[in-house]
Design a protein around this ligand. Sequence first.
Ligand SMILES: C[S@@+](CC[C@H](N)C(=O)[O-])C[C@H]1O[C@@H](n2cnc3c(N)ncnc32)[C@H](O)[C@@H]1O
Length: 224
Amino acid sequence: MDYEQKFFEKVWKNVGDWKNQGGAYRTKISDQIVDEFIDYLKEQKITKGTVLDIGCGGGRHVVSFSKRNYSVTGIDYSNSAVILAERLCKEFGLSAELEAVDFLKYKPKDEKQFRISLDIGCLHHLRKKYWNRFRDQVYRLLQKEGYFCLVVLGSESKGIRGYGSGQDKTYILDNGHYTKFFSRKELLDLFEPYFSIEKCFSVSRGKSKQFWVLYMKKLNIVKN
Ligand SMILES: C[S@@+](CC[C@H](N)C(=O)[O-])C[C@H]1O[C@@H](n2cnc3c(N)ncnc32)[C@H](O)[C@@H]1O
């Protein structure tokens, strides 16, 4: 287990009451973002199909999709997170496939591919050396013309300890816990050769946090 995985294991273990399933990450803003993405899918006439939630944590977004009859797989490399997600699904009487596994090593049963995938807050905790692998995994695991919703912290975030004005770094390392603040360009450089960017917009939470939200559609042929 690397440091980051240990960190998240501790976070989810300490959430305590499973009903507090988002723990430290339970922000209304990302619930809203996911609801809006589901509305967008509806506009595209995608009202069912398989969904992969990457770094599903306590399972709140698994529940959002499951409730609307999508067939959801949630993965997270924290065992404690997956246990919370299982309890949450049980409480709602929903079934989802949940697995404790590192996304970068994830191989679904039967080489299954997904219609939809989402990452709400996982990529910005991956070190730069893993970004291409992450992107390649998302691409590989999506069906033809599959959709991917990405939410990451943005470089316009301010006033976060160790990050902000006067800093030339675009990440923080808090006792070894890595958080990256992405610029729009970094995200487009990473994803544009592989996905058509259907939407890319910024949302803010309070005065301190800015997030990038991207809706992407898998390209048939990767651009050089
Ligand atoms: C900020 S939390 C967000 C959780 C959830 N998506 C939500 O919005 O409530 C990030 C999650 O990503 C998970 N994670 C980070 N790196 C991962 C990896 N390589 N494979 C699987 N899960 C990972 C962490 O364990 C953590 O639960």
